[in-house]
Design a protein around this ligand. Structure first.
Ligand code: BJW
Ligand code: ZN
Length: 308
């Protein structure tokens, strides 16, 4: 079933129609066409001199809590303003056609759910579930329109080139003077560095409810995902670089258990050599066509045709 063009192979259509258990494993590429940058895209605007891999660590939060919290607030506001795209809708529609379809996502947004998907397993947590960094108590976020606008506007890209930057995760990142000077330098910059709120139970800083490098995945999410991958007939790996472990094990586990593995990605990944079928292209283009080809539901997966 090797395939390198956009046509949906008949063998895939057949496999999907006959499948009893399907896993849809997604990464940042699925949300790219909703305007949310993928994790390994270079950061832009005010964040262009920062390194996402360095920011997404417990060490960065310990050393620069207001930079890290500000970055996550900026991303959370972006997600609140974004809408699901045709890939999210097509995946949610597939869930209604297949006897059992588990969505396992590495994404920290909620666009699968807003497209109507149910039972979404979040391996890397959520932007919308911050918790205390010490006692773990959940923190209720203020998602009022004024809050969202303020976070977006104080990050306006127009200011990007006019101020000094601090490099988190580089030698400059531990330079307290650079950090303090930058922090004090400009009111217009305030939205970028936001001190995390204090826990109402114990006073410790609240942290984003995501899984950083070096942290364990939530054990219930991981065991559900692993079980689903090992039991499925067909696994789609969509919009992920397949570089981050243990999540990247899931397609390998499915292959080892005898499942058909289909990858949807415009670019090469380490999974190319192992997947039974590589559909090279954007998820928002390909997934509605997979749905239509298998279930003749041409309209169902299209963006906007279903109320979120
Ligand atoms: C499109 C598209 C379109 C574009 N349509 N597609 C084994 C080997 C080596 C290292 C390790 C290992 N096991 C563990 C590690 C260490 C580490 C790791 O994997 N490091 C790698 C970088 C090598 N893993 C961990 O630390 C994990 N924890 C762990 O292992 O715990 C045990 C332990 C404890 C203590 C000590 C040691 C071990 C935790 C990993 C947590 C990852 N968290 C992040 C951040 C979440 C919060 C946040 O978002 O800020 O999760 S990292 C980041 O990567 C994020 C993502 O979910 C994850 C995956 O990224 P994804 O989704 O694949 O995005 P991209 O940007 O990489 O790729 C996008 C893809 O889309 C590209 O392929 C594009 O082509 C494609 N695309 N447009 C379709 N329109
Ligand atoms: Zn607490």
């Amino acid at each position: 079933m090797k395939n390198t063009h956009h046509d949906i192979p008949p063998a895939l259509i057949e496999a999907l129609r006959n499948a009893q258990r399907v896993v849809v494993f997604t990464g940042a590429g699925v949300s790219a066409e909703s305007g949310i940058a993928t994790f390994r895209d270079a950061l832009t605007g005010l964040w262009s001199r920062f390194d996402a891999q360095a920011l997404a660590t417990p060490q960065a939060f310990r050393e620069h809590p207001d930079i890290v919290w500000g970055w996550y607030e900026w991303r959370r506001a972006q997600v609140l303003r974004a809408a699901p795209n045709a890939a999210h809708y097509a995946i949610a529609a597939l869930q209604r056609h297949v006897p059992a379809l588990t969505i396992v996502t590495q994404n920290v947004d909620d666009l699968h759910e807003r497209a109507g998907a149910t039972k979404v397993v979040h391996l890397h947590g959520s932007l919308h579930a911050p918790r205390c960094s010490a006692c773990g108590a959940p923190h209720v976020v203020d998602d009022g329109p004024a809050t969202v606008s303020s976070v977006i506007e104080t990050h306006a890209e127009a200011h990007a080139e006019t101020r000094a930057e601090t490099h988190v995760g580089t030698p400059a990142g531990s330079n307290a003077d650079t950090y303090a000077d930058t922090h004090a330098a400009s009111n217009a910059d305030e939205g970028r560095r936001i001190p995390p709120p204090a826990c109402t139970q114990c006073g410790a800083p609240v942290r984003p409810g995501v899984v950083w490098f070096g942290e364990s995945l939530p054990s219930d999410a991981w065991s559900t995902a692993l079980h689903a991958a090992q039991q499925c007939d067909l696994l789609f790996s969509i919009g992920t670089s397949a570089l981050v472990y243990p999540a990247a094990e899931l397609p390998q586990r499915a292959l080892a258990a005898g499942a058909t593995v289909v990858q949807v990605n415009p670019n090469a990944t380490p999974l190319d050599a192992h997947a039974h079928c590589n559909l090279h292209g954007a998820a928002a283009d390909i997934m509605p066509r997979v749905l239509a080809a298998a279930f003749d539901q041409r309209d169902e997966g299209l963006k906007g045709d279903q109320a979120p």
